[in-house]
Ligand binder design. Structure first.
Ligand code: HEM
Length: 246
């Protein structure tokens, strides 16, 4: 009886090593190691952290950019116009951001499914009761809320009439009480998500230590609250201060 050759099985029924164009054993070993690392949950967590860092950098930059609103409508409009004039760089940056975003979601989903399918062995139960926080327990759900927020946000701010000056656009959207309520609720969820995200980033990088863990946890929570507060203050000012961004 013939078995598949060149696919996966030899005539004796044992798997045959894949035929490759590059036969350099060292390169092959490196590729296999990298593949193995990505497939392990530690590797996926590291990639999750890396994509999380890129998304956080965007959030800090976006927060800083939005803070120009406090300097008035002219400052915000000229900042937005300058940003749009860097068209090629902006498109490149948007592609990188989208890739990091998709990677973050896919890896998050795969880790979540893997965790929920895993048999609850004893040490995991002990670990969960001792170390899990509201942030860590709700990561997939808070992630879904943020995804919905971003979809609505992009419809309002990105896939819209781009000829409207930025300050006018912000006023048009953020003077709607229902939208501001939705926005602020989403920012509370964002704070929960990124506070755990920042904390687990330090853990993934091996930078946590029992001696400093409490301080680190408080600092990451503080940073997350600060960032979310910035994203909350602007809609509040726009809604309640009539002359804001006029
Ligand atoms: C005070 C709150 C916020 C305001 C006023 C605001 C405003 C804006 C504006 C005006 C744009 C369009 C930029 C442009 O194309 O010229 C934009 C894009 C965007 N915003 Fe926000 N934003 C806020 C918070 C957030 C938050 C919290 C997130 C994420 C969780 C977010 C994610 C995005 C993304 C992904 C884009 C598309 C980026 C791009 O066009 O390259 N924004 N935002």
């Amino acid at each position: 009886m013939f078995r598949r050759i060149g696919g996966r099985l030899k005539s004796n029924g044992y798997p045959e090593p894949c035929r490759r164009i590059n036969h350099d054993p060292e390169t092959h070993a490196h590729i296999m190691k990298l593949r193995q690392a990505i497939l392990t949950s530690v590797g996926r967590k590291a990639l999750m952290a890396l994509s999380g860092v890129m998304l956080s950098l965007f959030l800090f930059a976006h927060g800083a950019g939005n803070a120009v609103a406090f300097l008035g409508s002219e400052a915000l409009n000229s900042y937005a116009a300058k940003l749009h004039s860097l068209s090629f760089a902006v498109i490149f940056f948007e592609c990188v951001l989208l890739a990091a975003f998709v990677l973050h979601i896919l890896l998050g989903m795969s880790l979540f499914l893997e965790n929920s399918q895993a048999r609850p062995v004893r040490y995991q139960v002990e670990r969960s009761s001792a170390q899990r926080t509201p942030g860590s327990r709700t990561m997939p759900y808070s992630g879904v809320v943020i995804l919905i927020f971003i979809a609505v946000h992009l419809v309002n701010f990105h896939f819209t009439d781009r000829s409207i000056p930025a300050a006018e656009l912000v006023r048009k959207v953020l003077r709607q009480p229902f939208y501001v309520f939705f926005h602020i609720s989403a920012m509370a969820v964002l704070a929960l998500h990124i506070s755990h995200g920042f904390w687990s980033l330090f853990q993934s990088l091996g930078l946590s230590h029992p001696k400093y863990d409490a301080a680190l946890k408080n600092s990451t929570l503080g940073l997350a609250l600060l960032l979310s507060a910035l994203f909350i203050v602007i809609p509040l000012c726009t809604l309640f201060i009539d002359e804001f961004l006029l």
